[in-house]
Design a protein around this ligand. Structure first.
Ligand SMILES: O=C(O)[C@@H](COP(=O)(O)O)OP(=O)(O)O
Length: 260
């Protein structure tokens, strides 16, 4: 039996994932395939006997929908859900809505890679002239967050995602895991990546399979990433048909821990 139980999912496919556009804080719903992926993930977790005590999501619909569908398939709809902007996808600033391939043609592959995968480089900030500025920055969902609306990010590096995520992890998530609750986090590529980076020190380095799993911006055919931590056996396990690369197959094994 694992001492600590944590499952992290990236949401299922959204419409802008198919179009290869930066979705970020735009509130896209899951596509038909995305709905099916989330259901399939729930079915799979059920077949493995997962039971959750608490669910965390971002305040973006694709993460919430994914959590709902998973919990519905598990027959555990009653489990409390806590949602926070701190689990939102990275704020991609002025890049929001842009097509990655077109961006690479205009700015070069290397620059796009830096914007997407460097640790401490933030993309250019969004401003009032951006087509999605109003939709995002006047959105009612940000009115009563634990941050003033005008202090919300205008663009974020992965480092900044981790900085805004950590208070939520330290104060809301990790204490519940330490109490022994089985926790599901349904989030996004970069908020998951940031959290994995934070946990890396405790789980002793990430396997290539896990890194690749969260690295895929487009996973139309892939179920969301799932892994669980076992302190006793020092394993982080990606169940076989949820591991996204064939490289190390069923299990990515590393030491584990949830200390913040
Ligand atoms: O904002 C987006 O479009 C993707 C991440 O983009 P990349 O960092 O992979 O380019 O986030 P998600 O689909 O996980 O919510």
């Amino acid at each position: 039996m694992s001492k600590y139980k944590l499952v992290m999912l990236r949401h299922g496919e959204g419409a802008w994932n198919i179009e290869n556009r930066f979705c970020s804080w735009v509130d896209q719903k899951l596509s038909e395939d995305g709905l099916r992926e989330a259901e399939a993930c729930g079915k799979h977790l059920k077949s493995l006997g997962f039971e959750f005590d608490l669910v965390f999501t971002s305040i973006l619909s694709r993460s919430i929908q994914t959590a709902w569908l998973v919990m519905q398939e598990l027959g555990q709809e009653w489990v409390p859900v806590r949602s926070s902007w701190r689990l939102n996808e990275r704020h991609y600033g002025a890049l929001i809505g842009l097509n990655r391939a077109e961006l690479a043609l205009n700015h070069g592959e290397e620059q796009v890679k830096i914007w997407r995968r460097s640790y401490d480089v933030a993309p250019p900030p969004i401003d009032g002239s951006h087509p999605y500025y109003q939709e995002i920055h006047t959105d009612r969902r940000y009115t009563f967050c634990d941050i003033q609306k005008d202090k919300l990010p205008k663009s974020e590096s992965l480092k900044q995602v981790l900085e805004r995520l950590l208070p939520f992890w330290n104060e809301e998530i990790a204490p519940e895991i330490r109490k022994g609750k089985s926790v599901l986090i349904s989030a996004h590529g970069n908020s998951t990546r940031a959290l994995l980076k934070h946990l890396e020190g405790y789980i002793g380095g990430l396997s290539t399979a896990l890194q690749n799993a969260v690295d895929k911006p487009l996973m139309p055919a892939s179920p969301p990433l799932t892994f669980r931590q076992s302190v006793r056996t020092n394993h982080v396990t990606a169940p076989s048909d949820l591991s996204v690369t064939a490289e190390d197959g069923a299990a990515a094994e590393r030491g584990a821990g949830v200390e913040s």
